[in-house]
Ligand binder design. Structure first.
Ligand SMILES: Nc1ncnc2c1ncn2[C@@H]1O[C@H](COP(=O)(O)OP(=O)(O)OP(=O)(O)O)[C@@H](O)[C@H]1O
Ligand SMILES: [Mg+2]
Length: 466
């Protein structure tokens, strides 16, 4: 198979007619592209989930899964995929619909082979220009940055416009989104882009403080309020006067405190614990949670009236996997940041690695991606080009899947504990082998802390406690 050195373009060709595939394949290979084939929709979907293709050429009418589904799936995994649709005679309308769904182009059958090759070339060329432009623009103008927020997806653009609008006001805001999506960063952006920016931004993590202490933390206490209260102490509310109070993990707040908070939000005044005088504090409230608050309301764990008080302006942050086009920009940003921080010359990331990062699910969202980049930069030594091997967890998904493929419980059953132990032993030994004995690297291959790995080695009798 021919390919251009240094840049391997992978094409997936989906058609149920073997001879059609054969002809197109020949033409594309003559033009130095690497071509893989699928004869039905199901196989194609499987392949798309395993690997992000640069180009997918597909018939719309397929056995198993229709071409539209392949188009949809491919674009959701890797939005930059160039999908070219082949249509039978008289099917122009469906082709037009496919373009609307994000296909790059369509070709009615029968077509000239040259025509197909030309469209593939044109698609790739346009994509390269587009991604170069996006990176260039974002670097030159910082246009897509709002404070430290990176991302150019429409979901992020929407957040920027809400942020700039609400920053000027004092309405209460509720930011929701999965862990690591940037809720705190958004809260800070709102504060630091508004008229309160010279006054304090005060954060309280409602989930981390025991509920018995949370009231004291928020409202402060007077001297003698309880044993050990030797002095007056002002709470976070007062500290945030004229500034912003960020109530993080607000969903975990105990019910009795919710009542008190509601009162403060309504009356803008409160009493310190053990105190009798009323204190006024003008703090703008931004709350954040990764829980489904409405669900908690339904279950009686969160007060409905407080929910509506907080949810005056809702900001919903999409998980990273639903705005995958942001991944390349975020990666570039953090590569730059961590190279600078570690005093290394600027590294680049291979196209293959970017594709894999874009296709990954990122359950820990931007935080997890940031950690992955930091680790890759730190562990890649003198190498200038970060590649798939530098992002082990991303490569792991396909591999992990295959690890589980042959697991089947036989009739006579299995010895669960000893099998799991044996699996652990093999994985650990293999990781050490791959890492040439370097425990830190081996631990990172397994996504374990080094200390955890050492502990396990000790238990296996392979570490003498050093
Ligand atoms: N859009 C973004 N651009 C750049 N960095 C981001 C972005 N979103 C998140 N981050 C980075 O990811 C990390 C996590 O962000 P943040 O603490 O704001 O998340 P969070 O939503 O509050 O998470 P949690 O629910 O776990 O508290 C931070 O280091 C932050 O700088
Ligand atoms: Mg947070």
């Amino acid at each position: 198979m021919a390919s251009i050195p240094g840049e391997e373009i992978r094409i997936l060709l989906v058609d149920d007619e073997p001879y059609v595939r054969e002809i197109i394949r020949q033409g594309l290979e003559d033009a130095n592209y690497k071509v893989e084939e699928a004869g039905d929709g199901k196989v194609a979907l499987e392949m798309i989930r395993q690997h992000a293709y640069d180009v997918i050429i597909t018939d719309l009418r397929l056995p198993g899964v229709p071409g539209e589904k392949i188009l949809q799936e491919a674009l959701s995994i890797f939005p930059e995929t160039i999908v070219i649709i082949m249509t039978g005679f008289g099917n122009i309308q469906t082709a037009v619909d496919a373009i609307r769904m994000g296909a790059y182009d369509y070709l009615p059958k029968p077509f000239q082979l040259d025509e197909m090759v030309m469209r593939v070339k044109k698609g790739l060329h346009e994509r390269r220009l587009k991604s170069e432009n996006t990176l260039l623009r974002s670097e030159l103008q910082g246009k897509y940055q709002f404070s430290n927020l990176i991302g150019n997806s429409s979901a992020m653009q929407q957040i920027y416009s809400v942020v700039s609008m609400v920053a000027q006001k004092t309405s209460t805001i509720l930011i929701t989104g999965e862990t690591g999506t940037g809720k705190e960063l958004i809260a800070r952006a709102i504060h630091y882009n508004g008229p309160r920016k010279d006054n304090p931004f005060v954060g309280v993590n409602c989930g981390a403080i025991p509920s018995s202490l949370l009231e004291d933390e928020l409202f402060g206490h007077v001297k003698g309020a309880f044993t050990g209260a030797h002095q007056h102490r002002i709470g976070r509310f007062e500290q945030a006067n004229n500034g912003t109070l960020f109530l993080d993990e607000a969903g975990t707040m105990p019910l009795d405190l919710q009542v008190k908070l509601l009162r403060v939000l309504q009356e803008k005044e409160f009493q310190r614990v053990g105190g009798t005088t009323t204190v006024k504090a003008d703090a703008r409230i931004i709350a954040a949670t990764n829980m489904d608050l409405l669900d908690r309301v339904r279950k009686g764990e969160f007060r409905e009236d407080l929910y509506y008080r907080l949810n005056v302006i809702p900001i919903r942050v999409m998980p990273l996997r639903q705005r995958r086009e942001d991944v390349p920009l975020i990666v570039t940003h953090f590569v730059k940041k961590y190279c600078a921080e570690q005093n290394l010359p600027l590294k680049r990331v291979s196209h293959e690695a970017i594709k894999a990062l874009v296709g990954f699910e990122w359950p820990g969202n931007v935080r997890q991606l940031e950690n992955a980049v930091e680790m890759a930069v730190a562990l890649s030594g003198d190498r200038q080009l970060l590649d798939l091997v530098d992002f082990p967890m991303v490569g792991a998904t396909a591999g992990e899947e295959s690890l589980f493929q042959n697991i089947e419980i036989p009739e006579e059953g299995i010895h669960f504990n000893s099998l799991v132990e044996e699996l652990e032993r093999r994985l650990i030994l293999q990781s050490l082998q791959l890492a040439a004995g370097n425990k830190r690297r081996a631990a990172s291959l397994l996504h374990l802390k080094r200390t955890t790995l050492v502990e396990k080695l000790k238990r296996m009798g392979l570490e003498n406690g050093s």
